[in-house]
Write a protein that binds this ligand. Sequence first.
Ligand SMILES: N[C@@H](CCC(=O)N[C@@H](CS)C(=O)NCC(=O)O)C(=O)O
Length: 339
Amino acid sequence: MRGLTTAATLAVALAAGVPAARADTLALVKQQGAVRCGVTTGFAGFSAPDAKGEWKGLDVDMCRAVAAAALGDASKVKIVPLSAQQRFTALQSGEIDLLARNTTVTESRDTSLGAIHAAINFYDGQGFLVSKSLGITSAKQLNGATVCMQTGTSNEQNMADWARANGVQYKPVVIEQFNEVVNAYAAGRCDVFTTDASGLYSTRAANAPNPDDYIILPEIISKEPLGPVVRHGDNQFADIVRWALFAQLEAEEYGITSKNVDEMLKSDNPSIKRILGVTPGMGKALGVDEKWVYNIIKQVGNYGEMFERNVGQGSTLKIARGQNALWTQGGLQYAPPIR
Ligand SMILES: N[C@@H](CCC(=O)N[C@@H](CS)C(=O)NCC(=O)O)C(=O)O
């Protein structure tokens, strides 16, 4: 495949009746003029439509960064809302090019589901949301509780493992559609809602009539490294997605922002010159325009800007950087060098 031009590869694949899922995704994206991106059905902070119907969030920005890198235009994204249950089938069948849907990387998903994670855009862990009126302060007090969660998530299995390990008995209420889980919780069909802590912050901020009536318990029972996913074997597209995120992290590390990126084009720093394509080579290596990082930062921002706007202090979620701080600030976000 690598020996052929991308256009020829695509033509051969289409003529042979090979499903889109097996064609070269970068060529397909260029032909479509858009990245088809699988996101949630509406989960504030990560992927949800705003008042004007425009999709916003950390995962939507991941899609936009990939569109900026691959097509030079962050707006060239086609959003495909998916439930947790639908997401991997949509990727495998070629309905989407990229899955950016608060998806936890696990060994089984990375292997037997025909998917491969490209990066981690948010380090998370599973927690519990309860009403203050329940009068509990620890998950260890959940014995006998009814617990709401969503079908097709890592949260189901984590809950079972944690409850067994801690001798906690619970009654699961497992529902496929997110809005139905929220409604079930609001209607009192369960005492607790469990999912990734980010999901709890989001649900409390966006769905609770009075957010102050709810608390998130202190226990975090799992590792939920969330990140964008592409099809297994789709190496070049995986590289573009992975390096789009690394570029946003490197830009933050070097102090390059959406506001100063034009000024930074004049920098004498060899690393900044390479990152922004002033010294060419990095774009060509990836199969995209030399201005790929410039386009990402100008149109989407660096990682810190993207984080604060969507889930941090500039949002209603107010999630602290914590583990998602750069490695230079004691966090886990570390990008290999663009060189
Ligand atoms: N990270 C977990 C959970 C992801 C997940 O689907 N979380 C739910 C609960 S917050 C969600 O995003 N629902 C939104 C939807 O279905 O549209 C996983 O990958 O399985």
